[in-house]
Write a protein that binds this ligand. Sequence first.
Ligand code: PLP
Length: 432
Amino acid sequence: MIEPAIWPLGTVVGRDGHVRIRTHDLAALADRYGTPLYVYDAETIRSSLREYVDAFFRHRPVRVAYSVKACALIGVGGVIAREGIDASVASLGELQAARRAGFPLSRMELHGNAKPDDEVAGALEARVGRFVVDGAHDIERLARLTHGRRRPQAVWLRVAPGIEVDTHPHLVTGTIDSKFGAPISTGEALAQAREIARTKGLTLVGIHAHLGAQVRDARPYGELARALVAFANEVRADTGAPITELGMGGGVAVRLRASEEAPELDDYARAVTQPVRKDRALRGATIYVEPGRGLVGRAAVALYRVVGTKRVPDVRTFVAVDGGMGDNIRPALYGAEYSAVLAARAGEKAAEEVAVAGRYCESGDLLIRSVRLPTARSGDILAIPAAGAYSVAMSSNYNQTPRPAVVLLDEGQARVIRERETLADIWRLERR
Ligand SMILES: Cc1ncc(COP(=O)(O)O)c(C=O)c1O
């Protein structure tokens, strides 16, 4: 059986035991397009976005910017761009992907702690809506490159508010000991704000921070909002900068397993908006939130074909599949814990607890450490739900393995939005 909350909308198990997303039979999609296969559902993406917008609307409207890094596929971005929201991009490549997906440049923010020269120049040339300064090196380059321009570039300053969140250490970004953001507590953030305010080609319009990812508690977001309000007021008083935008980052946890905790969006929206609403000077400021996983995480199912099973009595049973860390590195990188079903045998009772082993030559390549399944047979299709964020986006050609195909379900149709890579694609840029 399946837990509907972590599957795309309209996922059901038929009497024949096949998992379907509305009319689309997952095992049939795997047969038709091959495996590994990622299946994104447009309706689930739109619904997740509506949930965000509605949750905030009850408290105070905000600007929602899709964090493109979660899934930069143009076909997926296109579904989101058509809903008219902004985009948050982490590189020139993501900026161009977002542009191709249909996001207007004026409604993009570019962030990054080490933007190379060509990225800074490219973003300015493209007239990106907001440039997020992350370090004195950004200010120095921007000063040079905007010299003589008539229209100043709108910038945000990324700060490290010094707030701990309870998540995997690799996913923490808002503490002082982080490569991201100027610490507020050391005075560095104010020093950078002063420098931006002194720079002719720049206008400091916003303050930005991101606490980290898979944050399971809404409380730190209240702390973040209070910290940004206080710092924005300090900068306004000190420099006269016209700060009217507060970027609260993304990072709200998405359930990978039904038993996992994730904050209610309503609690998150209240935490983020309340301190701003209460502040006389910043009451009218525009709040930005940048969900990535929150929009695409639940929308995709990853499909793999079972290659074989290895049993080690009294130790573990490994069900080996034809994908793994090359298409989803998250379990190996930071212990993401997924669940799975057999896509054409979901009506059957689980018979044993197994680990799902990937095909890559690493012991750490276990897609799932523990899941209960019917006894899997070679050729079965294994479906992992909630696989839409930071999977394909982080995929690699490790072991010279082509990356998977991606299909989008929209308006009753399934269409390929990324062709399966071939070995020739991998070697295209290599020379003897
Ligand atoms: C600056 C910034 N904003 C937004 C996000 C999106 O986070 P999430 O996908 O967890 O919502 C990230 C991802 O880590 C980020 O680095």
